[in-house]
Design a protein around this ligand. Sequence first.
Ligand code: RP5
Length: 164
Amino acid sequence: MQRDPKTETEIKVPVELEPMPEVEAAFEEIEVDAPRVGIIMGSKNDKEKMQPAGTALQEAGIRYEVRVMSAHRDPEKVREYCHAARMRGLRVLIAGAGMSAALPGVAAAHTDLPVIGVPILGKTLGGLDALLSAVQMPPGVPVACVAVDGAKNAGLLAARILHA
Ligand code: RP5
């Protein structure tokens, strides 16, 4: 133990960490395999509209995963997924939903990762319902919102966020 000669108090000596190449390699592998972007959507019927987000990410060489979960129909599933997202290695969420599209906002309420909302055109109102649900978030719960059926830009924006 070393002591400061003036104050006689103990000096904390920084511990030299041993290099652990095998542990580092294991962590690198996790980085390589883990998806960086989570694409979530309110219904399996949204898949076709959300596909361009996946295509844009694939073209940028970014791993992603796709899950169907509705903020209204599966609120617990959305909460659990968003809570675990950062710990699982995800860095951006893309959330697409139509009609009264709560999914982007609910996702943003349950994670501190950036959330990109994709309002999906429903059968009525020209997608305005979903657009306003995603874009009119109250202060403190941010959602970046792309155009109605703008999934391609959501994928491109996620790539820019990851490369910023
Ligand atoms: C939303 O309600 C979904 O995102 C979908 O766009 C819309 C209608 O859902 P389905 O009735 O087609 O499953 O939750």
